[in-house]
Design a protein around this ligand. Structure first.
Ligand code: GDP
Length: 455
């Protein structure tokens, strides 16, 4: 395998910029561009986990920059190969020059995610841990960072291995028993067989149930704030965004367009859409905004529907309630600092959680956060528990669970043990695909191509 190199720090100006070189020739290549200040030891004489200060030079021996070279020796490195990290000053021009010198000395450009891919291929990490590296980089809250670090530590991998190893034992026993009927192999206890499969199925279901909350904590849930004009949607949006450090990302639109902002409420991340209101309008531009809002409301997975308690409810309010009848939604009864002219019981038949709020004064905000966390199931989110973090992992686990179900059905229908074992083997394959122990090249390529170059 060729020795690869890339700038591993962000492609922007910073205090320090790191060039990572990985592969069999990493140390020799680094040595040909790096001159240590102390002449006592060259890079190739240095032990792993040691550093040297010196200068990087061009191939024609011009001094480029000061540099600290950090040496890792295989297999004790991120990739499992020899690795040298050159920490230079973080100016992009000079970093590119250093990288050119490294290429001239024999390294080739690393592809997106290639360092992590090599770590996977060298069995330093499994696929769930590799995916966790991307989650660590994307993390934007204590909960999502803790969950990603714990996935990187292998909590999901260990859990999957545990479920799969029970099935591997079962499959081996079944195969021995059916293939060598004359040998003295313990008779299979059908009760035990069924129990092992049912337990594995339950564990799959428990893991599958973690997916939604984990996604809401890490990626967020599409949320629409909807309501008639003037009920206080923008005020609510401002209140949520104004909460300290709640904004995760901001996507600005035009004033009448939908504006998207990701905010945190407790553990949950809401990808919020401010809307131009659901009012029918004569105004052409506003109509576009209204149509966008309506579409957004219909396509959003979670809705905060705002009502003004100080004004009589109108047909539009009820039409809105109809629109969101089958949606996960919270009814926000706003302007509670003013006298209410209708009773909240009117909304009872819509069977949605209601929260009283004054968006203007902020009263009731914590109740809203609690209601949001209850509705989204993120209140008791435990970042240290094994959980599914990606759609790919979910699909593999759904496959595995489906195959275990088939095996159970085969038992109940009185099919042969051979037939039962075919389904168990398929379940084991699905688990191995999840951890990457038996993933195809196409799957691994798909995962790593979404990484940045240098990771
Ligand atoms: P939108 O059209 O639904 O986005 O409503 P806005 O957020 O623009 O609010 C309309 C008006 O209601 C503004 O004058 C706000 O200051 C006012 N408003 C919003 N929330 C409250 C509230 O909780 N109490 C009071 N008294 N006024 C509010």
């Amino acid at each position: 395998m060729k020795t690869i190199a890339a700038i591993s720090t962000a492609p922007a100006v910073g205090g320090i910029g790191v060039i990572r070189i990985s592969g069999e020739q990493a140390i020799e290549i680094a040595q040909s561009v790096f001159r240590p200040l102390s002449t006592k030891k060259s890079l190739s004489e240095m032990k792993g986990y040691t550093a040297a200060f010196g200068y990087v030079h061009t191939p024609d021996n011009r001094k480029l920059d000061e540099c600290v070279a950090l040496v890792f020796r295989a297999p004790h490195s991120y990739t499992g190969e020899n690795v040298v990290e050159l920490s230079c000053h973080g100016g992009l021009f000079l970093l590119k020059k250093v990288l050119e010198a490294v290429y001239a000395a024999g390294a080739v450009p690393a592809e997106a995610g290639e360092f992590t891919k090599r770590a996977f291929l060298n069995k330093k990490i499994d696929l769930t841990e590799a995916e966790a590296v991307a989650s660590i980089i994307a993390a934007h809250s204590d909960a999502s960072a803790a969950a990603a670090v714990s996935a990187k530590d292998g909590v999901l991998f260990q859990k999957i291995q545990k479920i799969a190893s029970d099935l591997v034992l079962l499959s081996a026993h079944l195969a021995a028993w059916t293939d060598y009927p004359d040998d003295d192999i313990d008779a299979l206890d059908f009760g035990q067989l069924e129990k092992t499969l049912s337990t594995a199925k339950k564990e799959c279901e428990a893991l599958l149930s973690t997916f939604d909350a984990a996604q809401i904590v890490s990626v967020g849930v599409d949320t629409a704030i909807i309501g008639r004009t003037n009920v206080g949607k923008s005020s609510l949006m401002n209140l949520i965004c104004g909460e300290e450090k709640s904004i995760v990302t901001d996507i600005a639109g035009t004033t009448r367009d939908v504006v998207e902002t990701s905010v945190r409420m407790g553990n949950a991340v809401l990808k919020l859409s401010d809307t131009a209101g659901l009012r029918e309008s004569e105004d052409k531009v506003e109509q576009i905004g209204i149509e966008l809002s309506r579409k957004k409301a219909l396509s959003a997975s979670f809705i905060l529907a705002v009502f003004d308690v100080s004004k009589p409810l109108e047909d539009e309010d009820f039409a809105l309630l109809e629109t969101i009848k089958n949606k996960r939604a919270i009814l926000v009864l706003n302007k509670t600092d003013l006298s209410a002219v209708w009773q909240p019981e009117i909304l009872e038949k819509y069977a949605k959680k209601t929260v009283f709020l004054s968006a203007k004064e902020g009263n009731g905000y914590q109740n809203l956060v609690d209601a949001v966390e209850d509705a989204l199931g993120t209140k008791d989110f435990n970042p240290y528990a094994p959980m599914l973090a990606t759609e790919r992992q979910k699909v593999c686990l759904l496959n595995a669970s489906g195959c275990i179900e088939e095996a159970l059905d085969a038992i109940h229908m009185g099919l042969t043990l051979d037939a039962v074992n075919v389904s168990i083997d398929s379940a084991i394959n699905a688990f191995l695909e999840l951890t990457g122990e038996r993933a195809t090249e196409r799957i691994t390529e798909e995962i790593f191509k979404n990484f940045c170059v240098g990771k």
